[in-house]
Design a protein around this ligand. Sequence first.
Ligand code: NAP
Length: 437
Amino acid sequence: MRHIAIVGSGPAGYYTAEAAQKLWGDDVCVDVIDKLPVPYGLIRTGVAPDHQSIKGVSRRYEKTALTDNVRFVGNLTIGQDVTVAELRSFYDAVVFATGAPHDRKLGLEGEDLANVFGSAAFVGWYNGHPQFAGLDPDLSGKSAAVIGMGNVALDVARLLSKTECEFEGSDIVSHALVALCGSSIETVTIVGRRGPHQIMMTPKELGELMHLERASPRVDPADLPDVEEDVFLEPGLRKSVTLLREFAAIPESERADKSVEIDFDMFASPVRFIGTEKVEALEVERTKVENGRAVGTGEFYTIPADLVVTCIGYRSSPIPDVPFDERAGKFANTDGRILPGLYCVGWASRGPTGTIGTNRPDGFSVVDRIAEDLAAGTIGGVRSGRAGLDKLIAERELDVVTFRDWKKIEQAEEAAAREGSPREKFVDIEAMIRARG
Ligand code: NAP
């Protein structure tokens, strides 16, 4: 019997569990551990609430979770309730699938002003992550700046621009729905330090901006390179750039009945946040792109911003006794191997890139590494597996949450849903635990 502990129950965690099951069948016991009492990580608290079809992938993880040799152990923090050394002594392999839950910082003056948030916090707020549910952003100003040209920036800009009707069918938490419906924001400026050919936004997500009820996107035609240059782009990026060209061509008459503008401000590198206590504006330096890099031109200007959300990428959480690459913000690893018996997968291994689906080959690959190490005898030996963990949990009187408990929490969330919404999420840990009965 192989004993595998996976820390983190998001996509990378469950794809790894699925891969272990495929490889070893009934000869493996997998414990998927999460510090929250609820599973699915980024699917629950990262994917935009109006992208329910993407969230549907959790049904696949549930299939894995409900098999006999995989179990969920929620409300257990590794490195706090149980040490990594203890976990390593019980399992043949411990795999960190802990994602990248912390915001990267710009490191600029004024970044700690009120109403400047990182996307992990802001997205966590509208998705009901217990750590960020109380964020309470002030949406009473007229302008917001969203820094970054990736899909997270698009999510944030879109959510700031939607009407109440457009949230129908989403699982946005009520506190965020109420706040966003009462928002006074009229301009959302998406600030990119490079140009149209360097955006990270994908066409499907970018195209959604064309169909918003009260908002329309605006691109300055002067920012667009000659159309002939688009032929050198890979097809996905070329489609995205074509959409930017369509945004630039929207006639003013079509904008007349829209009350919100999503303004792309490209070739603009953030310099500092301006404000006394609360942010009021963002100072940027005009850039040009040389050899793919943004280079300052010495021209500075300010963008009004009563709210700023930085969407510039994420960092993983270091865990005591686990080597961490501070510069890259992820576990120090080679092909998922950290130390003998210690592995990482997904964003914790490669950084915050790729789609949900990218984690599937990652999960299969880390299981292959574990199998190689077991075969080579560099890991393995007599292990107590989950019996060892259960003994420790009992001794320390830790209140863990099982998958059956989660199903009760889920039922309570579904029962509390407003009309048309799949669920109303619990946003604090005590409420989740109470709901299991
Ligand atoms: P991302 O795609 O890496 O984009 C980060 C953006 O931040 C880039 O435009 C980058 O510009 C900019 N940036 C970084 N450092 C900066 C700085 N110091 N100053 C100014 N700008 C800076 O990251 P993300 O948007 O957080 O997305 C993370 C991953 O999740 C991506 O793989 C994304 O596709 C995925 N995701 C997918 C979906 C979806 O499929 N619906 C939704 C959300 C997220 P440079 O390029 O110039 O560095």
